[in-house]
Design a protein around this ligand. Structure first.
Ligand SMILES: *Cc1c(COP(=O)(O)O)cnc(C)c1O
Length: 342
């Protein structure tokens, strides 16, 4: 893979914005370089554009070099950035599994890039051969999501490997739910695949959806292009400092994950016994996809009872399916009681 053949010409030639904080990086006693207001500390100064402190911390936790890390305003930002770096609007295309996370297509539409959806098998497993058949010389990206949303399953490692080794473009693997799976992350294999971009997030297992911090991991050459294209100060200082503190809660996070997996197993058992539930799909995530007798009706009946699940009835391969997030013990019991009363 030649990165220069994949990156849009205008991005290769782009002279990125150089901020005051980019041009002088050391420590000084007097800062008169950024037109900041000196009278309103401590939030008057522009934050570190490349979030080095946070990267060093995440680097240790994830065992990944700092230069292979990118932070974004949620995963939404790196999802959008891969399009802006690699896909020439109206010319290039992207291949993705279907059903999957809605933001991949929204970003394709915003960037005016053709989005080719390739159906998973009926049991939501990946057929790499079928996916690869949809690739042509203008395909720049492949989007995979594992564990996949909304189907909740991890994608088979061998099939993913076929995509990684056969496709001469960028493969994005979205691992938003990887903490809830017994399967391994692709992160330790990053160096083997120069075309791999892994997405993770603080929104799920870390319980920080409101904070908006997403992570992308890739080869330093790819990360450099992301940095070139991102807004100069894309992660504000409140987020940088706050997440740095939250990272002390690693043990607590592991406990949350254990608790939620325990609750998922409980929910799976209980859902099997609910009359209107026809099928439960295996989950590697913090949610369960369940096929019910009539998803629209069950969804509305649950709303009446003040319980909101995600109706996936109109999504490919998900007719009459509800996506149910694993909640607290009390919330899960309320759900089962309500379902039994319908
Ligand atoms: C929830 C989710 C994310 C997280 O998005 P953020 O913008 O980081 O909150 C990413 N990918 C998938 C598939 C998700 O379901």
């Amino acid at each position: 893979m030649k990165l220069e053949q994949l990156v849009r010409k205008n991005i290769q030639n782009l002279k990125a914005y150089s901020s005051a904080r980019d041009e002088f990086k050391g420590e000084a006693s007097v800062y008169l370089d950024a037109n900041e207001n000196p009278l309103n500390g401590p939030y008057n100064r522009y934050p570190d554009p490349l979030q080095w402190k946070l990267k060093e911390r995440v680097s240790k936790i994830k065992n990944v070099d700092v230069h292979k890390i990118f932070f974004g305003n949620g995963s939404d930002e790196p999802i959008d950035i891969v399009y802006r770096v690699f896909c020439e609007p109206t010319v290039d295309n992207v291949v993705a599994i279907d059903p999957s996370y809605g933001m991949y297509k929204v970003c394709a539409d915003i960037n005016n890039v053709e989005y080719r959806q390739v159906l998973l098998n009926d049991d939501y497993t990946l057929d790499a051969g079928r996916l690869l058949q949809n690739i042509d010389s203008n395909t720049k990206l492949v989007f995979l999501c594992s564990p996949n949303n909304p189907s909740a399953n991890i994608l088979n490692k061998e099939e993913v490997k076929k995509v990684l080794t056969s496709f001469d473009g960028i493969v994005v693997i979205d691992e938003a739910y990887i903490d809830f799976s017994i399967a391994d992350s692709w992160l330790p294999e990053l160096d083997k695949y120069p075309n791999l971009v892994i997405l993770q997030t603080f929104s799920k297992a870390w319980g920080l959806a409101a904070v908006r911090l997403g992570m992308a991991f890739a080869a330093p050459e790819i990360i450099s292009y992301f940095n070139k294209v991102k807004y100069p100060y894309n992660i504000n200082i409140l987020t940088q400092n706050f997440v740095l503190e939250e990272l002390d809660k690693q043990d607590e996070k592991e406990e949350w994950v254990k608790t939620l997996i325990g609750q998922r197993i409980w929910l799976e058992e209980k859902l099997q016994t609910v009359a209107l539930v026809e099928k439960i799909y295996p989950s590697d995530a913090n949610f369960i996809l369940a096929k019910v007798t009539n998803a629209n009706k069950v969804y509305n009946d649950l709303v009446e009872k003040g319980i909101i699940v995600r109706n996936r009835n109109t999504v490919s391969l998900c007719k009459d399916c509800l996506r149910i997030t694993v909640g607290t013990e009390t919330e899960n019991k309320a759900l089962i009681e309500s379902l039994n009363s319908l």
